[in-house]
Design a binder for this molecule. Sequence first.
Ligand SMILES: NC(=O)c1ccc[n+]([C@@H]2O[C@H](COP(=O)([O-])OP(=O)(O)OC[C@H]3O[C@@H](n4cnc5c(N)ncnc54)[C@H](O)[C@@H]3O)[C@@H](O)[C@H]2O)c1
Length: 258
Amino acid sequence: MRVARRVAWVTGAASGIGAATARRLAADGASVACLDVDEAGLESVVAEIGRHAGTALAITLDVADAAATREAAGRIERDLGAVEVVVAAAGIVHAQADVADLDHDVWQRVLTVNLTGVFLTVQAAIPQLRRHGRGVVIAISSTGGLRGSAGYAAYVSSKHGVVGLVRCLANELAADGVRVNAVCPGSVDTPMLDRQAAERGLDRDVASQAWARAHLIERLVTADEVASAVAWLAGDSAQMITGLALPVDGGSLARPPE
Ligand SMILES: NC(=O)c1ccc[n+]([C@@H]2O[C@H](COP(=O)([O-])OP(=O)(O)OC[C@H]3O[C@@H](n4cnc5c(N)ncnc54)[C@H](O)[C@@H]3O)[C@@H](O)[C@H]2O)c1
């Protein structure tokens, strides 16, 4: 038994890791609420889940919108039942810029979506998780949540923040039977990497090869591989795992310094 018959709430579900996770949890038998700002992308993921006889509900929202998130919590409970699995995958990255040149508004928006968005999602879900007396929260951080890099201070700070938030939530919710973990992917083959390559004026294939070489296993991570880690953390096999920041990075964090 993995997540069969449970209700799952997945943000960032219109694309990449969130979409792969929504598809995977639905295939495992969960009813999946799919949330994203991208309405068209969301409709296509929900339709695909439906074609495979899964159950999914599309909710278009900005994870930085506290009122919309609270409203979504009510709708999920009404339409699917109380949530037991929360996956916070919505996230954005910014154009490369050192802190000296980083625009304050960009800093603010990245922190608001990537960190406050996770906070608002989990906060809205907590009453339903507590009602069950069991549940799982998984936030998608990054290897950038575990080490520094030049040019991405807002993103890296937000992802370190997600790891800190997860560790605090693990403390606060353990007595309620709720486990809270982060997944920290390396470079994952999703549209986010298309945008990063384009923003730097790099050919996507050349950029992908360079990103892949940062992994000990020299290829990009797939979104499905991240979804597998999420599905494992969500399932009963991981019952004693909480407060963990789990790298899914082809060993990049284990690399010796160059
Ligand atoms: N792709 C990578 O290499 C990589 C590596 C480590 C971590 N991550 C993290 O994984 C998560 C998913 O990224 P991805 O690679 O699948 O990217 P993606 O761009 O394919 O998907 C991100 C999704 O989040 C949605 N989103 C963005 N802002 C939102 C908002 N304010 N409200 C609601 N939805 C919003 C987008 O519409 C999109 O559907 C992100 O948190 C990202 O930081 C990605």
